[in-house]
Write a protein that binds this ligand. Structure first.
Ligand code: GLA
Length: 739
C-alpha cells in the first residue's frame, strides 16, 4: 500500500491530461475525469463531474487512498473500476470477456505503462473522430498487461477540452503463443458512485425513430442494443445518464454515443449499494473473435460528454463537437443544397420526362438539387428486383443517367442518385452470377425481407465490384449527391469465405467492409454530398456521420410526427445532419393533413428538402413554397451552423418550440408549433428564449417589437395564436440585435 502517494502537484495547466502520482487527471473546460492506478495495478474510476481545482483533486485522491487502505486485500468488487476484466472478485458485468487457449475465461489486466500525446492517434478501418489542429485534443493511452498470458490491453482516452468530450476506445493485442477468442470487448466502461440515476434513451420503430424515453435505473441490468446489423430504428446508439433533477437548463448529465453502425450495446448495471456500471461498445451478442498470436483487435469509439447544466448544454456540446470533429469532407462546413427527391412523387413509376418536369418546376421555386430515388437501374418497377445491377434502365431513361444528368445540370441544378450498395435482389444479374456473395448459412433459408438479401461486405471482391459499378455511374453522370440507403436488417450472418472458427466475426467484418467502401467512395469523389439512409432513420449514428454528413431522419414526413422525431434526434445530432422534407398532404404514411406552412417550418428546422411532385401544386402553393425557400436560403447558415435550443417539448403539450442562435448571438430564429389551438380562457404562456446576449436588444423582423435579451430569456415572449384557428397553427420569428 505504501506505493500510493497522493501529494498532488499544484499549478498545472488547465484543459490537459496529466499524471499526478498514481492519479490521472483529465480536465476539460467544464469537467474533470479522474482515474487512479490501484496498488494491484487495476485502474479505478475516481471521478467524472465539474472541475475540482487542485485542492479538490487532492481531497478526492486522499479519500480514494483511505478507501484502499481500508481494503488491504483489494476486493475488486468494492471499488469503482474503469474497465473491468472478468473473474476474481468482481462479479459485476465485465468490460471484456476472453476465452483463453486453455479454455479458461479469466483474465487479469494490470497497469504497465502509459503515454500522453498531443492530438489523437489514427484509428484505421473504423470511423474516428478527427482533430483539426493538434491543440484540439490530447490522448492518454494506458497500456495494461495480462502477465500470465502476455496479452496487452490498450485503453485510449482522447480529451477534447473545449466540449468536455472524452472519446474512448480499447484495443487488445494477442502477444501470447496461442489464439484466443474475444467474446466481449467494450469501448468504454466506468463505475458511477452510489446514487439514484436515470437513463434517457431514444427508441422507436420504422417511421417512429428516436422517441425520447426516460427511466429510473433500478437494481439489475438494463441493455440498450441492436442485434440487427444496423444501429437500428428500434434503439439509437446514444443515451444519457443523469443524477438528480435534470431539465434543459439544470442538472448533471452524461452522454454516451457510439461511433458504430452495426450490432451495438450499452449496458447499465445497478449493483448492491446502487453503484452504477455503464458500458458501451460492440454487442457481445453473436460475437466471437478469434485473435491469432500477434493480431490486434480494436473497438469503435465511444464519445462521452459531460454537462452540469442540463440537456440543452449537453446537446450544444455534442452538436459543436460533431460538426467539428465527426463530420468530414468538402461538405462539412458548407451550406447544404435544398433538394427535391422524386420518391413520394412517383415511387417506381417514372420516365426521363417526369423527372425533368419535376426538376424544372422545382428550379422555378428555387430548389437546387434534383435527386432521382429508387428504380432507375436494372429492371426495377417494384421492390422485387435489380439491387446490385447498378446500370440504368433504358426503358425509363433512354438517354441514360448521363442524358438525364446533363439536362438537370443544364437547368442549373445539381443532380443526385439513390443507391442501396449493400444489397442484392435474388432477381438480378448480380445474384445470378454470384449467388454466394450474400450473407447466408449453407442449408438454411435466405430470408428475403423486402425481397432482398444483404451482400457480404466483408469480402473484398464484393466491395471492389460495388466500387467499380457505382463509380462508373457517378463519373458518367457527374453526380453531385448520393443517397445511400440500407433497407433491411442483417439476418443470416454467415460468410462463405470464413472458416467455421471465424463465422462469428461475420457481422463486425460486414460493417468494417461497409465503412471501407464508404471511405473509398468518399476519397474517389470528394465533391459528392452523401446522405445516409436506412429505411428512413434506421442508421442515424456517429459512424455513418463520419462518411455521410447528413442522414435522412425518417420515412415519416408527417408534419406532426416529424416534430417528435427531430426533437428526439436533436439531443445528440445537430440539425445540419437531419434530412427533413416537405411532402404531400394528406401525408403518405399517416394520411394526416397539415398546412403547407407547418410542413415547411418543420422541414426548415433541419436540411430542407422536398419529397413531392411540385409540378402538381397550384400557383398559390408554388408561391408560398418559393417564399419559404427564399427565407430558408437567408437563414440556412443560422439553422445549419448556429446553436440549437429546444424551448418547449412536444410531449404532453399543445405547443412545441425551438430556436437557433448564431455564435455571435446577433441573430436568432424562433419556430413555434401550436399543435392544438390555445384555450380562449387562458393567457398565452410566454416562451423563454435561450442563448441570447442578455445585454443586447433584439428586434423582431417584420414586427413592431423590440425586447432585451435578458427580458426574452427571463420573462419570455408569447406568440399569439387563435383559439378558434384550429389545429396546426405555427409561426417563425426572426430576431436581430438592434443595439
Ligand atoms: C427507403 C428510403 C426511402 C426511399 C425508399 C426507396 O425506404 O427510406 O426514402 O428511398 O427506400 O426504396
Amino acid at each position: 500500500m505504501d506505493k500510493i502517494d497522493v501529494a498532488v502537484t499544484l499549478g498545472n495547466e488547465m484543459g490537459m491530461i496529466r499524471k499526478e502520482q498514481n492519479v490521472f487527471v483529465l480536465e476539460g473546460k467544464g469537467s474533470a475525469y479522474l482515474l487512479g492506478i490501484a496498488p494491484d495495478g487495476d485502474i479505478h474510476h475516481l471521478y467524472w463531474g465539474t472541475p475540482l481545482g487542485p485542492e479538490g483533486i487532492t481531497k478526492l485522491a486522499g479519500e480514494w487512498v483511505e478507501k484502499l487502505l481500508k481494503d488491504p486485500k483489494l476486493v475488486r468488487e468494492n471499488h469503482l473500476r474503469e474497465f473491468a476484466d472478468f473473474g476474481h472478485n468482481d462479479l459485476r458485468v465485465p468490460a471484456l470477456h476472453i476465452e483463453q487457449s486453455d479454455g479458461s475465461r479469466l483474465s487479469r489486466f494490470v497497469y504497465c505503462s502509459h503515454e500522453i500525446t498531443e492530438g489523437k492517434p489514427e484509428l484505421k478501418g473504423l470511423p474516428g473522430t478527427t482533430v483539426n489542429s493538434p491543440n484540439d485534443a490530447q490522448t492518454l493511452k494506458l497500456v495494461l498487461e495480462d502477465k500470465l498470458k502476455g496479452h496487452q490491453l490498450e485503453l485510449f482516452y482522447t480529451l477534447y477540452p473545449e466540449w468536455d468530450a472524452l472519446v474512448r476506445r480499447a484495443a487488445l493485442k494477442n502477444n501470447g503463443p496461442e489464439p484466443v477468442h474475444i467474446q466481449k470487448l467494450m469501448s468504454a466502461s466506468l463505475d458511477f458512485p452510489a446514487g439514484d440515476y436515470r437513463l434517457t434513451s431514444f427508441s422507436g420503430a420504422w417511421i417512429k425513430e428516436r422517441q425520447k424515453l426516460d427511466r429510473d435505473l433500478l437494481p439489475g441490468t438494463t441493455r440498450l442494443e441492436s442485434r440487427k446489423g444496423q444501429s437500428s430504428h428500434e434503439m439509437n446508439p446514444f443515451a444519457m445518464v443523469s443524477r438528480g433533477m435534470v431539465d434543459e437548463e439544470k442538472g448533471e448529465v452524461y452522454g454516451f454515443a457510439l461511433a458504430y453502425s452495426g450490432n451495438w450495446l450499452m449496458e447499465a448495471e445497478v449493483y448492491r449499494d446502487k453503484n452504477l456500471r455503464i458500458q458501451m461498445g460492440l454487442n457481445d451478442f453473436d460475437l466471437k473473435w478469434r485473435l491469432e498470436p500477434g493480431e490486434n483487435f480494436q473497438t469503435p469509439e465511444c464519445v462521452m460528454v459531460y454537462s452540469d447544466q442540463g440537456h440543452s448544454s449537453l446537446s450544444l456540446k455534442y452538436h459543436r463537437f460533431i460538426r467539428r470533429h465527426v463530420l468530414r469532407g468538402a461538405w462539412k462546413d458548407k451550406v447544404r443544397p435544398i433538394l427535391i427527391n422524386n420518391w413520394e412523387a412517383t415511387y417506381f413509376d417514372f420516365k426521363h420526362e417526369d423527372i425533368l418536369r419535376i426538376a424544372k418546376n422545382a428550379k422555378e421555386l428555387g430548389i437546387e438539387l434534383m435527386v432521382l430515388d429508387d428504380g432507375w437501374f436494372g429492371k426495377r418497377d417494384k421492390d422485387d428486383s435489380s439491387l446490385g445491377d447498378w446500370f440504368e434502365d433504358k426503358a425509363k431513361l433512354p438517354r441514360g443517367i448521363q442524358g438525364l444528368a446533363d439536362e438537370i445540370h443544364g437547368l442549373g441544378m445539381k443532380f443526385g442518385l439513390w443507391f442501396e450498395p449493400e444489397m442484392v435482389s435474388p432477381k438480378s444479374r448480380l445474384y445470378e452470377q454470384h449467388p454466394d456473395w450474400c450473407l447466408h448459412v449453407p442449408g438454411r433459408d435466405r430470408n428475403e425481407m423486402r425481397n432482398q438479401l444483404v451482400l457480404d461486405m466483408g469480402r473484398a471482391e464484393v466491395r471492389d465490384y460495388l466500387f467499380k459499378a457505382i463509380s462508373k455511374v457517378l463519373e458518367e453522370g457527374k453526380v453531385d449527391y448520393v443517397k445511400w440507403d440500407m433497407n433491411r436488417p442483417v439476418t443470416e450472418a454467415g460468410s462463405a469465405i470464413l472458416p467455421p472458427n471465424r463465422q462469428a466475426q461475420t457481422s463486425h467484418r460486414h460493417i468494417l467492409g461497409v465503412y471501407d467502401l464508404m471511405e473509398r467512395l468518399n476519397r474517389r469523389f470528394p465533391q459528392i454530398l452523401f446522405e445516409g439512409c436506412a429505411g428512413g432513420g434506421g442508421r442515424f449514428d456517429l459512424g455513418i456521420l463520419s462518411y455521410h454528413p447528413q442522414i435522412w431522419a425518417s420515412d415519416n414526413t408527417d408534419g406532426l410526427d416529424r416534430i417528435f422525431i427531430q426533437y428526439g434526434t436533436s439531443f445528440c445530432y445537430p440539425p445540419i445532419t437531419h434530412g427533413s422534407h416537405v411532402s404531400a398532404s394528406p401525408n403518405h404514411q399517416t394520411k394526416r393533413e397539415t398546412p403547407l406552412k407547418w410542413r415547411h417550418l418543420v422541414a426548415m428546422s433541419g436540411n430542407l428538402g422536398y419529397e413531392v411532385d411540385v409540378s402538381k401544386w397550384t400557383d398559390a402553393e408554388k408561391k408560398e413554397a418559393a417564399g419559404f425557400i427564399r427565407l430558408y436560403k437567408e437563414i440556412a447558415p443560422l439553422i445549419q451552423f448556429g446553436d440549437y435550443y429546444r424551448l418547449e417539448s412536444p410531449y404532453g403539450s399543445d405547443r412545441a418550440s425551438w430556436s437557433f442562435v448564431n455564435e455571435a448571438r446577433t441573430e436568432a430564429v424562433l419556430f413555434v408549433f401550436q399543435i392544438n389551438p390555445p384555450k380562449s380562457s387562458e393567457k398565452p404562456v410566454p416562451i423563454r428564449l435561450r442563448g441570447l446576449d442578455p445585454t443586447k436588444k433584439y428586434r423582431f423582423i417584420g414586427m413592431d417589437l423590440e425586447l432585451s435579451g435578458e427580458n426574452l430569456m427571463d420573462e419570455g415572449w408569447a406568440p399569439s395564436f387563435n383559439s378558434d384557428g384550429g389545429k396546426f397553427q405555427c409561426g417563425h420569428y426572426r430576431l436581430v440585435v438592434s443595439s
